[in-house]
Design a protein around this ligand. Structure first.
Ligand SMILES: [Zn+2]
Ligand SMILES: [Zn+2]
Length: 426
């Protein structure tokens, strides 16, 4: 049955898992606030041309992985394959370049769509956390962006992370490096994979991050981009390293990091979770000084990163990091009989107004079934109202885990519960 199965490469987030996402999102919001970033929310789809212009029409993303279609008006639109282009478009559209710069912003839970091969175990719709800084040319911004990413990861308790940094130069010095790469790879064309043979002409930088075995062997002998940087790129990279040091951030210079998008200039970086036997990139980003003018704005330097939420969750699971689960309810009100039900409705209303998470039975169950239901919901307390309690103006308050029960005046319930909830559980 097709209609009871989600499309390949998509994932449902069910209620019992949402607190894990909230835990990550809370950490991101907290850290972004500390660094002076504000949240933005962009549309899920954009004009296709935005991505061919910014991400680059020779990249794998644009050539093979985009969800592109004509809408009913015959316009080509694309579900966004990455987060930065849409924010850059908004920056230009709303004239944010005329505001005090830099403009620092972040986005959370932003869906990203890529039509990838299912055997790679990757989702076709996944979610990203990302930040963008527009109007900051100084390498202090590069250091800040890397520090922010590390700060989020450390708050999540994910263990050892390593920043890998590189500079891929600017339009001044990159052509010379590309020429050197073509000379080097020109002698080894027969050893390259078919994809790299294509890249050789149109995007030689990508030769460096090919995962095919034969190509990986070639990378070791390839000239380093760092030897081709112009004076100002070299100075920028040198200062970034100093700022990272002054922040106490451990980094590795890795000239093989290029990132797969055309809009990057100068700094590119990845944050890698290091584990015995396995390494995984949890964050990737870089500087994109040419992006804003590419999408029609005034020349404006910028830098940012993206972090896959699902990948963070996988890593949390692998490393046994448990997100705190606040549970569903504080108290469940059990009513015995119809007159008591009326009182239960009133009581639950009052509890909720007082900020206590409360619920009652909506299925008209027996008393026994109500207790069982409350237990399955994991409520810490139940309040029992029966005929006797009604006539006496009392309620029975039971702490489920301790099987402790007390009879108290109905009008004392709120204060008693409030005090009891302040005590730590268990
Ligand atoms: Zn340069
Ligand atoms: Zn290759």
């Amino acid at each position: 049955m097709l209609i009871t199965k989600a499309p390949k490469g998509t994932q449902d987030l069910l209620a019992e898992d949402t607190h894990r996402w909230h835990f990550i999102e809370d950490a991101m919001r907290t850290v972004c606030a500390l660094f002076g970033y504000r949240e933005v929310r962009m549309p899920t789809f954009e004009h296709t041309e935005l991505f061919t212009r910014s991400v680059g029409d020779t990249t794998d993303i644009v050539q093979k992985e985009m969800y592109t279609f004509l809408d009913k008006g015959g316009r080509s639109v694309t579900l966004k394959p990455e987060g930065t282009a849409g924010v850059a478009r908004a920056f230009v559209e709303h004239g944010l370049y005329a505001k005090p710069l830099p403009q620092k912003m972040y986005y959370l839970y932003s869906p990203v769509f890529r039509y990838e091969r299912p055997q790679a175990g990757r989702l076709r719709e996944h979610h990203q956390f990302g930040i963008e800084v527009f109007g900051a040319a100084s390498p202090t911004a590069d250091a800040e962006v890397i520090a922010l990413a590390l700060n989020v990861l450390s708050r999540l308790g994910l263990g050892k992370m390593q920043a890998h940094i590189n500079s891929i130069g600017c339009p001044e010095c990159r052509p010379e490096y590309q020429r050197k790469l073509r000379v080097y790879y020109g002698d080894h064309r027969e050893r390259m994979c078919p994809i790299c043979s294509e890249r050789y002409e149109r995007n030689p930088l990508r030769l460096l991050d090919c995962k095919a075995e034969g190509c990986r062997a070639l990378v070791d002998g390839a000239p380093s981009v760092l030897d081709s940087l112009c004076e100002s790129c070299a100075d920028h990279f040198g200062r970034l390293k100093e700022y990272l040091q002054s922040l106490g951030i451990d980094y590795i210079v890795d000239p093989r990091i290029v990132r797969g998008l055309d809009y990057y200039t100068r700094t590119v970086f990845e944050i890698i979770a290091t584990e015995i036997g396995a390494q995984s990139t949890v964050c990737g980003g870089g500087r994109y000084d040419g992006l804003i003018s590419e999408v029609g704005g005034p020349p404006t330097p910028g830098i940012g990163f993206g972090m896959g939420m699902e990948r963070l969750l996988m890593l949390m699971e692998k490393r046994g990091v448990e997100a705190p689960d606040p549970g569903l309810l504080d108290v469940f009100v059990v009513a015995l009989g119809e007159p008591a039900r009326l009182e239960a409705v009133r009581t639950v209303g009052g509890l909720r107004e007082a900020g206590i998470r409360a619920d009652l039975d909506h299925a008209e169950r027996s008393a026994k079934a109500q207790f069982k239901f409350a237990d399955r919901l994991g409520c810490r307390f139940t309040v029992v109202i029966g005929e006797d309690e009604l006539s006496a103006g009392t309620v029975r308050l039971r702490e489920m885990a301790r099987s402790r029960e007390q009879c108290i005046p109905a009008d004392a319930l709120m204060n008693t519960l409030r005090k009891a909830l302040e005590e730590p559980y268990e």
